[in-house]
Design a protein around this ligand. Structure first.
Ligand code: GAP
Length: 443
């Protein structure tokens, strides 16, 4: 259990600062003053996010007979967003305070007649703001050439349903998964990456018969909860929010929420989308998107169960959870009362899984050979600068579960010291056994 009080805004400031300093995450276009709602992942952040995406892809696509993968374009035919309802409905009702100039989402105002910022009643009428990001395709910037960056990765899955089904010879029930960027012109981006304007979704749409849909909904809900447990999130840190107000076509919807420092927040949604998406694309495209059910000898419109998780919110939850400081443990390595900042990531997602640290620059060549042997299998880093204590602290701060020290004895006994991040325990391991040692710990 962490002793750090994570419920304060000071904690978020500390985390944001660590992320910037150690190259996890920082504002996009910072040299131009930044751009609100856009974030860049630095070297460690990229490794972390890619590891999360890889785990999701493996868990949801690669290890399942009945799920296929897709990598579609960000820009689709504009009619897709007409059919999906995004152009007409995907917006927030906003109002402005004429006194303090703050802009508010009406559905988030406890008292709709009073500004939550300055308590003035001098408010504008609520106005609709569409969240779709607009662009133009081709050399002419007029309405005939308008297009939109996708607001969710699932719509291309619906429109490619038949192509994927035919190519993969899948029969109902089966799913299609996709990881990719989504864009929303959020009115009020906030809480670090939690509400961004450009973000990555990992979505899986499962096509089934309506009569089986609730069973699949329960199945996928449980699978997704299992995924979060695999990432180390406990029952106390997560909760399931059951939607009471459902879209007219939906039969069930839940959110998986994480207790962020700024409050409970949705990380994933599991939705029963009915036949809405497939029916609408059939109507707007004029194409037959039905499926011939051999069991009953009839054409049906597939019902869809969706699992939709944000990669950035998952990364943010992992960062918040992993952050820790300990003083007592630092004494073990002779650094009395020096606070140790440590990110306690699960080894599967740690940006660096193994750090190779030659004790002296004179040992660089031998240690480099060790790096070459380990790096194809585990995300590895080679660091030769600074005292060994400082190098351990640097690795703790980015959450590296194992440090390997190559010392002068290594030249004689062909063994290295492996130091574990959380316990700081050290053990001597024969170099020929090192990969097997890590396989035992991390696979
Ligand atoms: N296809 C369904 C869909 O897009 P959603 O609840 O709007 O549903 C799904 O989004 C997930 O995408 C969320 O649970 C969240 O993790 C992520 N997400 C949505 N909007 C986001 C934003 N502005 N910034 C970061 N992540 C976001």
């Amino acid at each position: 259990m962490s002793n750090v009080d994570k419920s304060t805004s000071a904690f978020m400031e500390k985390l944001v600062s660590l992320c910037k300093r150690r190259g996890f995450l920082f504002q996009s276009s910072e040299i131009y003053g930044g751009i609100n709602g856009f974030w860049d992942y630095g070297p460690y952040g990229t490794q972390l996010k890619k590891a999360v995406e890889k785990l999701w892809w493996n868990y949801m696509v690669e290890t399942r007979i009945n799920v296929e993968g897709l990598d579609s374009t960000v820009i689709c035919h504009p009619k897709v967003w007409e059919a999906s309802g995004h152009l007409a409905q995907f917006g927030d009702l906003m109002c402005d305070c004429r006194d303090c100039k703050a802009r508010h989402r009406v559905d988030q105002m406890a008292d709709k007649a009073v500004c939550p910022n300055c308590e003035s009643t001098n408010l504008t009428e609520p106005r609709e703001f569409n969240l779709m990001m607009k662009t133009y395709v081709g050399p002419v910037s007029d309405e005939d050439h308008a297009a939109y960056l996708r607001a969710e990765t699932c719509q291309p899955i619906f429109i490619d349903f038949h192509q994927v089904r035919v190519a993969s010879r899948q029969k109902l029930p089966f799913g299609i998964g996709q990881i990719g960027k989504a864009f929303r012109n959020e009115i009020n981006p906030r809480n670090f990456t939690f509400r961004s304007r450009e973000f990555t979704q990992m979505e899986m749409e499962f096509f089934c018969k309506d009569s089986d849909a609730m069973e699949w909904f329960e199945y996928w809900k449980n699978e997704r909860i299992k995924f979060f447990r695999k990432l180390g999130f406990t029952e106390a840190e997560t909760r399931i929010y059951e939607h009471e107000k459902l879209a007219h076509y939906a039969k069930a919807a839940i959110d998986i929420e994480y207790k962020f420092p700024f409050g409970w927040g949705e990380v994933e949604g599991v939705h029963h989308r009915g036949t809405w998406d497939m029916s609408r694309h059939q109507e707007f495209s004029g194409e037959d998107l039905t499926y011939f059910d051999h069991d009953n000898g009839e054409k049906i419109t597939p019902t869809v169960i969706e699992t939709s998780v944000g990669a950035d919110r998952t990364v943010l939850a992992l960062l918040c959870k992993a952050y820790d400081e300990d003083v007592a443990d630092s004494k073990k390595e002779g650094k009395a009362s020096e606070a140790r900042v440590v990110l306690r990531f699960p080894a599967e997602v740690a940006p660096v899984q193994v750090a190779i640290l030659p004790l002296s620059k004179k040992l660089t060549e031998n240690a480099q050979q060790l790096f070459n042997d380990i790096a194809p299998y585990y995300r590895s880093e080679f660091d030769v600068t600074g005292s060994i204590g400082k190098r351990y602290r640097r690795q703790d701060e980015i959450g590296t579960p194992y440090c390997v020290t190559f010392d002068f004895d290594s030249l004689e006994d062909n063994a290295v010291t492996v130091r574990e991040r959380d316990s700081m325990a050290q053990e001597r391991v024969d170099v020929t056994q090192l990969l097997a040692y890590f396989d035992g710990k991390m696979r």
